[in-house]
Design a protein around this ligand. Structure first.
Ligand code: C2E
Ligand code: MG
Ligand code: MG
Length: 630
């Protein structure tokens, strides 16, 4: 029996279906419970043939409730359903014994209608006492048929529900007209239930806009809204009709792409989506009172792939979300496909974001308790160092210290995950001090052992900039370690400086007076870059790695990078390119006269001891045209 998913099924159709199913399975009676959907009417029960004599629906009994509300395990989905024979012997069915016995019902088959976690109802079939009594009540073929009929029923009911939701404005985002979270999740659940086995994959994409907050805060919310509409439009035009684009909320979109041939197809689509942000978004110049009528915005995406039917939609969404976090952390304007996480806090359990955050907070607390007593456990907080290379000589011209936190299982946690929390909880201050002190000590030790004459750079958070004792602390640490001020460099990001420009100017000027070097990190990503350059006392500009990443493919980014280099030189600043990963990027940067490069091409951030052999060699290449690994 084939059921149509497209024709809207009425109560009548459901009753007829139930009759067909009951007969096809040679049962004497059947019941179909359809649970209430979100925001909707009450549950419905359809009956056919022989029924137990009860006043309340049997589905209220704990046997049914367990089936409806206990999460399905994977093996239950693949195994055959378990019929309940000899009802009289079942303790839990005792209250119903008479109700079944009086009409001669002897055996039950209960089939939940579910694909993943979401159970939408239940089909129950009854058989009266068979003759002879010892014969099997249900054959394996019958059980298999029952199972696939229940799966078809699930699909039909879900399709009908989703079709109804699609026609209801309550399930659409008012601003963009895209399906909202609720509808998107249901569409995903339905598509997941339809994956035809191993031959197709389905991709769920979470797309976040890079630095959208700058637009909302820096221009206006009205403008931000307009931009979201343009982006929604562009996403829809970029993808074909089978793809579903939804608005997840804020600056996040969710995209569902069913029926892809394989994983490679996922990459092709993800590239296409990323590239659709290469062109600027156009709007009426008067609209936001801007000097231009176009604006670039980039996006980051997290992707989760489902390859088998009935995978749980909530887990898939969670994975896409986690992948988006990683994509953002890995430099934005890119995408990550979910795979088992590298930074796990605990080997078992601990999956929810809230739980994860709590663990981090707890750990930061314990780290900072150590800091207060000056007895910081080096196994918990540590610095990795990444060299910066003079592009013309191939020699190390600086080293950036990057903070790492280690959990109890010795897994490293990246700053993007714990620094925002440390900022909120205030533990960033003792941590920041620890960073400066440790980096200065390390630098002094390298200096004493004759490892070159380059400064060591530390990153500053906004809270540190607001700390009234910052300058004193730095003077104290320099005195304590015996390091010359010019050997220390402070990196602050544009977004931090712009938060309180007056304060940033005052602090940086004091630092400059002491002799500490200052560089502007992640340059090009903030909103008021040029104003900042005018007012801040700076030594170096670090071009954000999102521009470097796209150099090969994106002439706009190449233009921006060239312009930043020229601008920096015009202002007597040295320019550093971050995130250099390929020889092509290096060659381009060399051709436009960029001064310094930093990135995985030369070295990942490493523990001091591991970096020392490289520092000892002094240079990465002998001649500008030779390979950088020499
Ligand atoms: P940042 O200062 O811009 O640091 C550069 C980041 O780029 C580092 O990430 C580094 O590992 C990464 N990176 C370097 N080369 C490449 C490359 O070739 N390709 C790619 N994809 N990435 C590369 P990390 O260590 O995860 O740090 C992230 C951010 O956390 C830093 O960005 C900085 O803003 C912040 N941070 C790090 N340490 C500290 C600290 O001690 N205090 C404060 N307040 N912030 C810190
Ligand atoms: Mg930095
Ligand atoms: Mg940076």
């Amino acid at each position: 029996m084939k059921m149509s998913c497209s024709s809207p099924s009425t109560s009548e159709i459901k009753s007829k279906l139930l009759a067909h199913i009951t007969q096809a399975l040679q049962a004497d009676g059947g019941r179909l419970l359809i649970l209430a959907k979100p925001l909707a009417r009450r549950a419905q029960v359809y009956t056919y043939g022989l029924q137990p004599q009860t006043t309340t629906p049997i589905e209220k009994n704990s046997v049914w409730q367990d089936i409806l509300y206990t999460e399905a395990t994977n093996d239950r989905a693949s195994n055959l359903p378990d019929p309940i024979d000899r009802i009289a012997e079942r303790q839990l069915l005792k209250p119903l014994f008479a109700a079944f016995g009086n009409v001669g019902i002897e055996s039950l088959l209960i089939l939940p209608l579910r694909s993943d976690r979401q159970c939408i109802g239940c089909l129950t079939l009854f058989r009266s006492a068979p003759i002879p009594p010892q014969a099997a009540r249900w054959t394996d073929e019958e059980l298999k048929l029952a199972q696939s009929l229940a799966a078809e029923l699930y699909l039909a009911v879900m399709a009908q529900r989703v079709a109804q939701m699609c026609g209801n404005r309550a399930y659409y985002d008012v601003l963009t007209g895209l399906p909202n979270r609720l509808l998107f999740s249901q569409l995903l659940t339905l598509e997941l239930a339809k994956i035809p086995g191993d031959s197709e994959v389905l991709a769920t994409i979470f797309l976040g806009l890079d630095r959208f907050k700058n637009i909302n805060d820096g221009i206006s919310y009205r403008f931000g809204d307009r931009l979201l509409q343009l982006i929604a439009e562009r996403l829809k035009n970029t993808l074909d009709d089978r793809a579903i684009v939804g608005r997840w909320g804020g600056d996040e979109f969710a995209i569902l792409i069913p029926a892809l041939a394989d994983r490679a197809a996922v990459n092709i689509i993800a590239d296409r989506v990323l590239q659709c942000f290469d062109l600027p978004f156009m709007f009426d110049r008067n609209f936001a009172n801007l000097k231009t009528n176009s604006l670039y915005i980039k996006s980051s995406m997290g992707i989760a792939i489902a390859t088998s039917r009935g995978q749980d939609s909530q887990t898939l969404l969670k994975h896409a979300d986690a992948a988006l976090d990683r994509a953002k952390h890995n430099g934005r304007n890119n995408y990550e496909i979910y795979s088992t996480p590298t930074y796990h806090l605990t080997p078992v359990g601990a999956t929810s974001v809230a739980e994860h955050r709590l663990q981090l907070e707890h750990m930061l607390d314990s780290v900072c308790a150590g800091l207060a007593g000056r007895a910081i456990d080096d196994r918990q907080l540590l610095l990795h160092y990444q060299p910066q290379i003079d592009i013309h000589t191939g020699k190390i011209s600086g080293i950036e210290a990057l903070l790492r936190c280690q959990d109890l299982y010795a897994k490293l946690i990246n700053p993007a995950d714990f620094i925002p929390i440390a900022e909120e909880t205030g533990s960033i201050l003792p941590m920041g001090e620890w960073v400066i002190r440790t980096a200065c000590k390390q630098k002094k030790s390298w200096q004493d052992r004759g490892f070159g004459n380059f400064p060591i750079a530390v990153n500053f958070s906004v809270k540190q900039l607001q700390d009234r004792h910052l300058i004193e602390t730095i003077i104290e640490i320099l005195a304590e370690t015996g390091l010359a001020p010019a050997a220390l460099e402070v990196e602050i990001t544009e977004s931090i400086a712009i938060k309180d420009l007056d304060l940033a100017i005052a602090i940086l000027e004091s630092l400059r007076e002491i002799g500490v070097k200052i560089s502007l990190d992640d340059f090009g990503t903030g909103y008021s870059s040029l104003a900042i350059l005018k007012y801040l006392p700076l030594d170096r500009l670090k071009i954000d790695r999102s521009f470097i990443r796209e150099l090969h493919a994106n002439t706009v980014d190449a233009g921006i990078v060239r312009t930043i280099v020229n601008l920096g030189h015009e202002l007597n600043l040295k320019v550093v390119a971050e995130g250099v990963e390929t020889v092509e990027q290096l060659e381009f940067l060399r051709s436009i006269n960029c001064d310094t490069v930093q990135g995985f091409l030369f070295s990942r951030p490493l523990p001091a001891a591991e970096l020392e052999t490289t520092i000892a060699k002094g240079s990465y290449w002998q001649h500008p045209s030779s390979h950088p690994y020499n």
